[in-house]
Design a protein around this ligand. Structure first.
Ligand code: DLZ
Length: 288
């Protein structure tokens, strides 16, 4: 049974190694376990989806590594900011996509590509947070976990282009207090989305079921009644170990994920909301 397939990209020296690692980091790929011997080093990056493609014929292939993205223009902005060498700028392919080739290390060419949106494509949110404003409600209970969630969320927002001054962080005592504060922030009309972060651990909380149900219900209700997207980064775990895994160890960082979902939801809401609801929002803003 196959467990995984790895595409290897060899670079010439440790400087190029770091340059490529920085690039993949900045694109948000998850780092795997690195290795180092007297003869070299390796660092895997885990993509959300991988495939091995066999090709035959005369189709031009300007790179060995092909990275499919959801927002090619934002990737170009990011790569330019990081002073990566763009070998060929965004251009249309003959197969309903756009492609751009970069060379982060000599001879290492990466092609970034995005499928053209066809009429039947579903409407989806983009992951570009430029110009968006976020409120983050984070609880202090189990702060060694929730602070990691907060760092993950801030990291996600900044990497997506959100300015620090457009992020408001509010701390509450425990998870139980998250919904009311989330609603208060949502009702100010100053935030495009609210990100909620907390950590409930069953073993430490006698009323675990009651609190977690109430917190989840309250956050959902605040989202529905305010019309402001809320995302859920409240961990509900059996043990501390499980919580640690979800706050940056084995199972990623749920704060990062909640923040990315918030960016996507704001973008989606902007694309799908009616003129009437946009006018209502603008009126609320003027009245604040
Ligand atoms: C009281 C309590 C307990 C026992 N456990 C947790 C927990 O695991 N995670 C959490 O965020 N908060 C906990 N709390 C605090 C409550 O959420 C709330 O802050 C207090 O009961 C005060 O209203």
């Amino acid at each position: 049974m196959i467990k995984s397939i790895t595409t290897v990209q060899v670079v010439r020296n440790s400087k190029e190694f770091s340059a490529l690692a920085d690039l993949l980091d900045s694109l948000g790929l998850e780092r795997g376990k690195n290795w180092k011997t007297a003869r070299g080093q390796g660092l895997p990056f885990i993509a959300p989806m991988g495939k091995v493609e066999i090709i035959e014929g005369k189709e031009p292939l300007p790179a060995d590594l092909w990275v499919e993205v959801t927002d090619l223009d934002s990737i170009r902005d990011l790569l330019k900011k990081k002073k990566n060498k763009i070998v060929s700028d965004i251009s249309a392919t003959g197969w309903n996509s756009r492609v751009m080739v970069v060379e982060p290390a000599k001879g290492v060419k990466l092609a970034f590509w995005q499928k053209d949106h066809s009429e039947e494509d579903a409407v989806t949110g983009d992951l570009n947070a430029t110009g968006m404003r976020f409120g983050i409600v984070v609880s202090r209970w189990n702060s060694f976990i929730t602070e990691r969630l907060l760092q993950g969320a801030l990291d996600a927002l900044r990497r997506s282009g959100c300015r620090s001054e457009d992020i408001t962080v509010v701390r509450v005592p425990g998870a139980f207090e998250i919904p009311s504060q989330a609603r208060t922030l949502a009702e100010t009309g100053k935030h495009d989305a609210i990100i909620t972060l907390g950590c409930l651990i069953r073993g430490e909380t006698t009323h675990y079921e009651h609190i977690s149900t109430e917190v989840t219900r309250g956050i959902g209700q605040s989202a529905q009644e305010s019309g402001v997207p809320h995302t859920y980064g409240v961990l509900t775990c059996e043990t501390l170990e499980q919580a640690l895994d979800r706050a940056g160890l084995k199972a990623g960082n749920k704060g990062f994920e909640a923040a990315m979902s918030a960016v996507e939801m704001v973008s989606l809401q902007r694309k799908t909301s009616t003129k009437k609801s946009k006018r209502k929002k603008a009126r609320a803003k003027r009245g604040r």
